[in-house]
Design a protein around this ligand. Structure first.
Ligand code: APR
Length: 244
């Protein structure tokens, strides 16, 4: 943060809604989608992150998510994750975090009031709507034969919202946006909907801040852009505001 960067003021009456994207985990060593020239761990998105890909080649899909499980398992939360967990500690139920990330670094930093709108890397579920709840799963599935089966006969798939599927918990997210007075958006390109629209759903009196090294595609909708790496700028930016 430059010396001229004003802290973000969060007062007694404020309610904070935070949206994070791949950029918040970049300094933990997890590559963002945009970093990779349209390829994700060497795969095209449509080959690994769509319902069609699952139907066509479930083994390829699981190899991809197994690789991501391995990488996320080795990563550690960075100062940006920790700053958001500390803000939650200070604000309690006046804080809400919605992440587009499927890694568990926010939880490992201490965040509790959070929703993973695009699912979770370390959770699996049955491919059928058989009623079995999603369950914690750290296993790696690297061949067709290893893919677990549900009691109903369906294959076990990653609990991930693929392109073309509906994000999770949209009603709760909308409620939290409706009552927020401050919106912090961290490390997301503003290109993937509906998350890219959250800043527009928030009312005109809501103060809206973007934190990341480059302008997002929806930059015009923000009150202020704080350009810098989240791990470098977020701790100072929020700490100062908190002491108000
Ligand atoms: N700190 C903050 N932001 C960063 C950092 C950093 N250190 N490094 C990169 N960024 C920003 C980039 O400037 C970019 O705007 O993170 C953003 C990453 O953009 P994307 O890779 O497009 O990630 P995201 O916006 O989270 O993608 C949304 O699309 O790939 C799908 O479902 C997936 O949840 C994901 C969704």
């Amino acid at each position: 943060m430059s010396a001229a960067e004003e802290p973000i003021r969060i007062g007694e009456e404020d309610r904070v809604f935070v949206l994070t994207g791949a950029g918040v985990s970049a300094e933990s060593g997890l590559k963002t989608f945009r970093d990779q020239g349209g390829l994700w761990e060497g795969y095209r998105v449509e080959d690994v992150a769509t319902p069609e890909a699952w139907e066509e080649d479930a083994e390829r899909v699981w190899r991809f998510y197994s690789e991501r499980r391995k990488r996320a398992g080795l990563a550690e939360p960075n100062p940006a994750h920790r700053a958001l967990a500390e803000l939650e500690q200070a604000l309690g139920e006046r804080f809400f975090l919605c992440t587009q990330n499927v890694d568990d670094l926010h939880e490992r930093a201490g965040s509790r009031r959070l929703i993973h709108m695009h699912g979770e890397l370390f959770v699996s579920r049955c491919e059928n709507a058989c009623g079995r709840a999603p369950f914690a799963d750290h296993k790696l599935y690297e061949s067709e034969a290893e893919i677990a089966r549900c009691g109903c006969g369906g294959r076990i798939r990653p609990h991930i919202v693929w392109f073309g599927e509906i994000p999770l918990e949209m009603e709760r997210i909308q409620q939290e946006i409706d009552r927020a007075t401050v919106m912090l958006v961290v490390g997301t390109s503003g290109a993937v909907y509906p998350a890219a629209n959250f800043v527009r759903w928030a009312g005109p009196r809501v103060r809206k801040y973007y934190i990341g090294p480059e302008e997002p595609m929806n930059a015009a909708a923000f009150t202020r852009l704080v350009l810098g790496d989240a791990g470098a700028v977020l701790p100072g930016l929020l700490e100062a505001g908190n002491r108000e």
